[in-house]
Design a protein. Structure first.
Length: 366
């Protein structure tokens, strides 16, 4: 039985390797063709998008956000301008460049662009800004810092809870692990949900499956979001403690965990974050148990489309299991390796979370 929670919502096939020609900082953003040319241009509306350092081919949240924005542009019959950031110092200039290009809607991908987005939004109140994975609350006072910014947020703790429960039931060693790129709420929300899911499994089953890498307050982080030797060493340290399921949270750092798994020679399962790794990176097919999903393609699509149709709503969007803004992917090659009863339990657990019978806590649910 499949435990697929979310389905492909936009009808856009996610390619394993997306090759983009994108402008660097200080250059005019590159243009993308607008659909098949059969649709008339929607006046002079210009949608734009800027990535964080992960790039639009990260097989994760940058890629999904790009695909959603591109889908909206195609439907509106306009061109999408995109600029890729290669360093943190480029965030501000890249956003400014897009404003100078006359962009009507700007999608800023990732919490690292929050400050630059808020600054640009404050200076340009007539531009619609869409901020992925951040509340635009840089003062941490519970209020947005600019009225024309629409935050796209995702309560991934709910989906990670399911992945944690699944992992605990699948584990043969009684140890599962997780680690993150940097200790930001949008990273630790995965780790929180994952641990809560494992704890719930222990409570239901009377077991003692341990979580390595996150105790709910402190844990293991690579210090960035690059697949580099530091990320690999963090993964190795966790694997060496006997875990047989691992959840890396932070875009490309899953590649470091994948390499560590390969070199270990052990039967260890990988859990993806943001996108279905089985689809976006087929090289993971033999090791990816499931993925914790954020439907960033859907939410960016809807936000850009609403701006192009003069129906922009700057209220924050929060993806949940109930509205299918988050979920877990199908088991794919692991479907026959996971006990059918466990799969049924995860399916029921999803409904119990939606119905409020099982509580999942996070900074978005408090």
């Amino acid at each position: 039985m499949s435990i697929s929670i979310t389905k492909k919502l936009l009808g856009v096939t996610v390619a394993a390797g997306v090759v983009l020609s994108l402008a660097a900082c200080g250059q005019a953003p590159a243009e993308k063709p607008a659909g098949d040319g059969d649709k008339p241009a929607a006046s002079d509306f210009l949608p734009c998008i800027v990535s964080d350092m992960g790039g639009f081919d990260d097989k994760s949240f940058n890629q999904l956000s790009f695909e959603g924005s591109e889908k909206a542009a195609e439907e509106l019959g306009v061109e999408l301008k995109a600029v890729q950031s290669n360093a943190e110092t480029e965030y501000g200039p890249n956003v400014t460049n897009l404003v100078d290009e006359g962009c009507n809607a700007i999608v800023a991908v990732g919490f690292a662009l929050s400050a630059a987005t808020v600054e640009a939004a404050t200076a340009n109140p007539d531009v619609d800004f869409i901020l992925v994975d951040d509340a635009a609350d840089n003062d941490f006072n519970g209020e947005k810092d600019a009225e024309n910014v629409k935050p796209l947020l995702y309560n991934t703790a709910e989906a990670a809870f399911l992945a944690g429960y699944l992992s605990a039931g699948y584990s043969k060693t009684g140890k599962v692990g997780t680690f993150g790129g940097m200790e930001f709420p949008t990273v630790t929300i995965f780790m929180d949900g994952f641990k809560q899911g494992v704890d719930h499994y222990n409570e239901v089953k009377g077991t003692d499956v341990q979580v390595v890498g996150w105790d709910g307050k402190t844990g293991s982080f690579t210090g960035g979001f690059e697949a580099n030797p530091d990320a690999k060493q963090v993964a190795v340290n966790i694997l060496n403690q006997g875990v047989d399921v691992i959840l890396p949270v932070g875009g490309p750092i899953y590649q470091s965990a994948q390499q560590a798994i390969k070199e270990s020679g052990k039967d260890i399962a990988l859990i993806g974050a943001d996108a279905d790794l089985f689809v976006t990176d087929p090289s993971t097919a033999d090791v990816v148990l499931t993925s914790v999903l954020k439907a960033m393609d859907l939410s960016t699509y809807e936000a850009v489309l609403s701006s192009g149709e003069d129906e922009f709503d700057a209220e924050a969007y929060v993806g949940t299991l109930e509205n299918k803004g988050v979920g877990i992917a199908e088991l794919h090659n692991f479907a026959d390796k996971v006990d059918a009863a466990l799969q049924d339990e995860v399916t029921q657990l999803q409904q119990d979370i939606i119905d409020g019978k099982v509580e999942v806590t996070s900074y978005l649910s408090k």
